[in-house]
Design a protein around this ligand. Structure first.
Ligand code: NDP
Ligand code: 8X3
Length: 254
């Protein structure tokens, strides 16, 4: 029987690239996001290209009622989820703390932190029952060190880092794996465009250096997922060769 991965935030970037990498390896996919057409298109494309089954679920991860309603649609064989990839997330705004936009703070906390918690709470119980399953969180270098104007986004990713460790402690005794990938800048995503509210000029932050891309991260997620049963990779911090930390990037050209 094929394995099943549930990927949150599969309509673009790292989530979408992960859907393709896992489909190529024969995984059936539950893919989520708020943009129905993108979910449908990806579902159709991957099902056709790799002969896998797909279940698109369109909902806002910030709204518990929607999360519950969507996850209740996971029935029959789809309930046997092997991997939960907690990927959906975003940065909104880039301001010093005293000028921060409170609505942006709420969006980041509700998505990156509460959304991840809601999904974990819905999916982990059946994994615990089966004593089998793997939760992989997409964290960030922003959850390892803060940078100017990163304040609330960094705080949400520090929280993800803490939750990965905490989930591991709570779940290891049930035979579950918990892992995270903490990337630096990742291109081939909508991350920067979303952070700068669709401002194309401001979002051009990858022109003078070469970061890792969404497919690089997807392949690392698959590497984590494909270890033998007795091996749990807890954390991978990964950046482009020209990036040494959040605050040190060699911007001398790509
Ligand atoms: P993208 O903007 O390309 O993808 C973000 C995904 O999250 C989209 O599929 C989006 O779907 C989904 N999403 C956002 N808000 C919601 C919501 N309220 N409900 C449901 N889904 C939502 O960015 P990335 O691929 O870069 O981001 C993926 C993860 O990687 C995030 O957690 C991000 O913090 C992390 N990350 C990104 C880095 C980067 O430099 N790009 C570096 C380190 C970590 P939709 O809009 O359809 O709802
Ligand atoms: C995304 C990477 O450095 O823009 O998490 O915060 S960064």
């Amino acid at each position: 029987m094929s394995k099943i991965i549930l990927i949150t935030g599969a309509t673009s970037g790292i989530g979408k690239a992960s859907a393709e990498v896992f489909a190529k390896k024969g995984y059936d996919l539950i893919i989520t996001g708020r943009r129905q057409k993108k979910l449908n298109d990806l579902s159709y494309k991957l099902a056709k290209k790799y002969a896998v089954k797909t279940l698109p679920l369109c909902f806002d991860i910030r709204i518990l009622k929607e999360v519950k309603k969507a996850t209740q649609k996971i029935k029959g064989k789809w309930k046997n989820i092997d991997i939960l990839l907690n990927n959906a997330g975003l940065a909104k705004g880039f301001h010093e703390i005293h000028e921060g936009v409170i609505e942006d703070w709420d969006i980041m906390i509700d998505t990156n932190l509460k959304g991840l918690l809601y999904m974990t709470r819905m999916i982990a119980p059946s994994m615990v029952k089966k004593k089998k399953g793997h939760i992989i969180n997409i964290a960030s270098v922003a959850g390892k060190e803060v940078y100017p104007k990163g304040n609330v986004y960094c705080a949400t990713k520090f929280a993800v880092d803490a939750l990965t460790k905490a989930m591991r402690i709570d779940l290891h005794k049930y035979g579950l794996k918990v892992s995270q990938v903490a990337p630096g800048h990742v291109e081939q995503t909508e991350f920067s465009l979303v952070r700068f509210n669709g401002d194309e000029d401001k979002s051009k932050i990858y022109q003078d250096f070469k970061p890792v891309n969404s497919k690089d991260i997807a392949k690392i997620v698959y590497f984590i997922a494909s270890q033998p049963k007795h091996v749990n990779i807890q954390d991978i911090l990964v950046m482009g060769t020209q990036q040494a930390s959040s605050n040190f990037i060699n911007r001398s050209g790509r």
